[in-house]
Design a protein around this ligand. Structure first.
Ligand code: ADP
Ligand code: MG
Length: 451
């Protein structure tokens, strides 16, 4: 149960508790008034009246427990029945002379407290009318108009003053509850921030360590590479089968060394991410450049690249090299997700704050005309690759998370770091077996001084 639900239930319970308390007070008051003698000729009316009292209480409380959500309506019905009950009680025990009219005060006070000013005033007015009716119906000759008006005026006073007090009370309570909720929220945010901080600290240690290791490996690695090349020259003199075997072995060594070198490069890139140097850039140009760069490799892999550029995109403050790096990491993953070829679609567009992130080719680009209040430039990269299972989707940006035998798990971490450093966001949507879309949003006017 959420905080809201808990809050609601408590409110209902509080209302029920109040209703029970109110009834107890009412029963006590009726009992107290019976301490004063009731004339014998009036006593005959009491059993049916008490039966009515019992009946509506049983029925309405039963309903209140059954339909908790309707508690306010049921309490209003109880209020109406209470008023009727007192009306008949006063009528049948002498009208103006009956002392049971005192029960009106209790009813008015309680309902004004519970329902607030309007209902408090309303029940005072109704009480006044009922009291008048009962008085004149019973013994009109005994009615003392001065006293009657004074009593009825007091009804109104009770209803209004208690109603106001209760409303003031309620406002205070609402303010406190609001404050309480905000405090809860702030506390949760603080906790989340702290967790992120701890995580970041741990990662920075890991990052430093891996950078150190990568750095240490780099020099011996280039030495191995160099030696392999020297060896290649040496075996030029060999003849026949042994030469072929040796050059095969050497080629394999060089491939492995190359793979290791790329891996260490990626670690170092991650560890030594330089501060971005944002410049106003045309995003379409950066993307078009990248596509040109990718075309030869994609052709080799049987991948068709399609790019759609929004016209009239405003320039965005970004570090060109870093954004290119980020897009390269994303497209590299996309290529790797399509071992048997496929489609890669890169789209740029303007987007507003509330507009949904594009799904994998669910929405036609430019189907919505660019609006002047657009706040982002969006770059989305969709592939028709293997997709990402839901259980991995939440982890792909984590450092070292990889599903590839020789992956570093750093590619997307770098992407996210770059995008967030420029004040942007990145999201990923994926359907296993169908494809994946990464969407980068870069703010048009970030706090970093875009104009
Ligand atoms: P790496 O590529 O070294 O594994 P990344 O951080 O680049 O590390 O990616 C992390 C993981 O996210 C990948 O191992 C892969 O499982 C998943 N992934 C990323 N992009 C895609 C994609 N376009 N399609 C399917 N899976 C992807
Ligand atoms: Mg990768």
């Amino acid at each position: 149960m959420g905080f809201r639900g808990w809050f609601r239930l408590n409110l209902e319970q509080a209302e029920l508790a109040f209703a029970v308390f109110k009834t107890l007070a009412f029963v006590g008051a009726v009992a107290a008034l019976f301490l004063a003698p009731v004339r014998p000729e009036h006593q005959v009316h009491l059993p049916p009246l008490l039966a009515f009292f019992l009946l509506y209480h049983l029925l309405l409380y039963g309903a209140a427990f059954r339909w908790r959500w309707a508690i306010r309506g049921i309490l209003l019905a109880i209020l109406a029945c209470d008023l009727l009950f007192v009306f008949f009680l006063v009528w049948f025990t002498g009208g103006f002379e009956s002392h049971f009219y005192l029960l009106f005060y209790l009813i008015i006070t309680m309902s004004a407290y519970f329902f607030g000013f309007p209902i408090g005033l309303g029940s005072a007015v109704v009480s006044g009318l009922l009291y008048m009716g009962a008085s004149f119906a019973s013994h009109p000759e005994a009615v003392h108009l001065g006293h009657l008006s004074a009593r009825i005026a007091l009804f109104g006073l009770f209803g209004v003053s208690v109603g106001f007090l209760s409303e003031r009370d309620r406002r205070y309570r609402a303010a406190v509850e609001q404050l309480n909720r905000e405090l809860h929220q702030a506390y949760r945010e603080l906790q989340a921030a702290q967790e992120r901080l701890i995580q970041a600290e741990r990662l920075s240690t890991i990052g430093k360590m891996s950078a150190k290791v990568a750095h240490e490996i780099r020099n011996p690695l280039s030495a191995i590479h160099l030696n392999a090349e020297l060896l290649e020259d040496e075996i030029e003199h060999l003849q026949g089968a042994s030469k072929e075997e040796a050059s095969g072995l050497l080629a394999s060594i060089k491939t492995q060394v190359q793979a290791l070198a790329e891996l260490t490069e990626e670690y170092l890139r991650f560890a030594r991410m330089p501060e971005p140097k944002p410049q106003p850039e045309a995003i379409n140009e950066i993307v078009a450049d990248l596509v040109d760069f990718l075309v030869p490799e994609s052709a080799e892999r049987g991948i068709v690249i399609e790019s759609r550029f929004a016209p009239d995109l405003p320039t965005v403050l970004v570090d060109r090299r870093q954004l290119r790096q980020a897009l390269l990491n994303i497209t590299r993953n996309a290529f790797e997700a399509m071992p048997d070829g496929g489609h890669l679609v890169i789209v740029t567009r303007r987007a507003g704050r509330g507009s949904p992130i594009a799904g994998p080719e669910k929405r036609k680009p430019n189907s919505r005309p660019p609006t002047m209040d657009a706040e982002f430039v969006e770059i989305s990269v969709s592939d028709t690759g293997v997709g990402i299972p839901p259980e991995s989707l939440g982890r792909i940006f984590e450092p070292f998370f990889t599903t590839k035998g020789e992956g570093t798990g750093l590619g997307l971490t770098i992407v996210r770091q770059i995008v967030e450093q420029q004040g942007g966001t990145i999201a990923c949507q994926s359907v296993p077996g169908e494809g994946t879309t990464f969407t980068i949003r870069l703010p048009l006017s970030s706090g970093k001084g875009a104009s």
